[in-house]
Ligand binder design. Structure first.
Ligand code: NAD
Length: 502
């Protein structure tokens, strides 16, 4: 049997976690649908503002004791949570494949990356330390302490239902804050499971809460006077125009990690077979629904004659297209499958509209994702194969805008300078990769490129939990980033004490 056993066998009725209790919402229920077979696997509430306010009120109350709990005791909760996540590793991974559509290998990778956040947050007694200076002035000592602030809100995207919320929640809680999280209503089950384990790990009532819902909960969060800060991951229009703007107006700390359009720059000296293989996971992994996915491949022919340059471009287009055409598609829980469906029909329709735009703009359609095979018989509504366009120019909308699907544009540039100019002309600045064997080119690229995450012979430049997750231009709004030392600073206020004893 190729398809792994499903951990959800009948539709779940999801609840909110408020003050440590799982409670029904008064809001209407909407279906969470498995995109690989169109079966409803859960019903999620679209909760009310009153329910959100209640969760915040309990969280505020819980903060009093939680901030007085020694960091080492809080760290022990993280150790227990990590153990529970490990114990449930496979179930958590399969749930992601069911609710999102990604392959089981991608889900296992996501589970691993999420657990790493909890592992790093367990180091909070040292991460949270301040610093001091004896005799800052004669007979006067000065020191800095970091204190938690209160209740934080977390707003989650659909594309990494397990990992992304863990970029924030473990650090918020380990630093002594409380969180109220709104998972994506498209795939909320993973965070329900994580929260169940957080309760089992002994995290006290009210410290880790979940309120399911849509934009009304986001709006309530942005306006609530007791929410000290908001962590948002999602699209640029929502992150910039709703979350960042309103947090400015209401005086909240904010991290808004937003959309992307990432470039991979392929230099003529690159290791071509390894680069093409890396590009396949970079462009088409997670069905292209990844903020660090590369989606524009720029073939640079610096130093080549005109004839060599033509041949080089042709070779890359052909090898890239051939490799993409071999990707096996189907249900993510089928271990033969290399690419799952898109999250829903609406996302598929949006990407199809970009195929039509690419044709209208005059790019060459080398591989048409509308024509595809699946490894087995099943509803095809959410599936779309890899699409590859060549002869793309940087001004075309398919090269400018975030498509967020298995959709590759191949461009060309005479020099690396020209490639960097293309990157800088794009409004986004999340990530960029260079493929080369030249240290000089790699360093120049790293030095000059205005993007928060740089890959050198790496297709997905995803920072580990102990480094911040960067982002520039329209890909990030805020000051401090998620993960690592920066998130510890985000979740704490620095207080400086100056003392003298007469
Ligand atoms: P989205 O912006 O549609 O939704 C994100 C969250 O905001 C959801 O919880 C949603 O319920 C809420 N929301 C949606 N519209 C809203 C509105 N008008 N007002 C208030 N709240 C609203 O994003 P998505 O489709 O869930 O996620 C995909 C996007 O996330 C892509 O643009 C991707 O690049 C981005 N992303 C960025 C990063 C990063 O680190 N930069 C990581 C992952 C995903």
């Amino acid at each position: 049997m190729a398809i792994l056993e499903e951990p959800i066998t009948s539709p779940l009725r999801l609840q909110n976690l408020i003050n440590g209790e799982w409670v029904d919402s008064e809001g209407r229920m909407v279906d969470v649908v498995n995109p690989a077979n169109l079966q409803a696997i859960a019903q999620v509430p679209i909760s009310t503002k009153q329910e959100f306010d209640q969760a915040v009120a309990f969280a505020k109350e819980a903060f009093y004791d939680w901030r007085r709990t020694p960091p080492l005791a809080r760290a022990r909760c993280m150790f227990r949570l990590k153990e529970l996540l490990e114990k449930n590793f496979e179930e958590l991974s399969r749930i992601q494949s069911m609710e999102h559509g990604k392959t089981i290998d991608e889900s296992r990778g996501e589970t691993r990356r999420g657990i790493e956040m909890v592992e790093v947050a367990a180091g909070i007694p040292t991460l949270m330390m301040g610093y001091n200076l004896e005799d800052a002035a004669s007979g006067i000592d000065e020191y800095l302490i970091r204190q938690p602030l209160g209740v934080f809100g977390i707003i989650c995207p659909f594309n990494f239902p397990f990992m992304v919320p863990l970029w924030f929640a473990p650090f918020a809680v380990a630093t002594g804050n409380c969180v109220v999280m709104k998972p994506s209503s498209e795939d909320p089950i993973s965070q329900i499971k994580v929260a169940e384990l957080a309760v089992e790990a002994g995290i006290p009532d009210g410290v880790w809460s979940i309120v399911n819902g849509g934009r009304d909960i986001v709006n309530a969060m942005l306006d609530h006077p007791d929410i000290k800060g908001v962590c948002f991951v999602g699209s640029t229009p929502v992150g910039r125009d709703v979350v960042y703007r309103r947090c400015g107006e209401t005086g909240k700390r904010v991290i808004a990690q937003c959309g992307a359009k990432n470039f991979a720059v392929l230099m003529p000296d690159a290791d071509i077979p390894k680069t093409i293989a890396t590009c396949m996971t970079s462009f088409f992994g997670n069905t292209g629904q990844r903020c660090l996915a590369n989606s524009n491949l720029v073939v640079v022919d610096e130093g080549l004659s005109k004839g060599e340059a033509e041949a080089f471009y042709e070779r890359i287009v052909n090898e890239f297209t051939t490799a993409a055409s071999k990707i096996k598609m189907g249900y993510g829980l089928d271990e033969r499958v290399q690419m799952g469906p898109l999250r829903d029909q609406g996302k598929r329709a949006r990407i199809v509209s970009y195929i039509e735009k690419g044709l209208a703009e005059g790019a060459t359609l080398k591989l048409d994702g509308r024509i595809f095979e699946l490894v087995d018989e099943r509803p095809r509504d959410c599936f779309l194969g890899p699409t590859v366009f060549s002869d793309v120019t940087p001004q075309m909308s398919i090269a400018q805008e975030e498509v967020f699907g298995p959709f590759a544009c191949i461009l060309r540039a005479r020099t690396m300078d020209e490639a960097i100019d293309m990157i800088h002309a794009n409004p986004f600045g999340n990530s960029a990769s260079i493929f080369t064997t030249s240290g000089k080119w790699a360093r120049e690229f790293q030095y000059r490129t205005e993007c928060g995450n740089i890959g050198i012979n790496i297709g997905i430049a995803a920072p580990m939990a102990f480094f911040p997750f960067g982002g520039m231009k329209d890909s990030f709004f805020g000051d401090l980033h998620g993960q690592g030392q920066e998130i510890v600073r985000f979740f704490t206020e620095s207080k400086v004490v100056i003392q003298r004893w007469f």
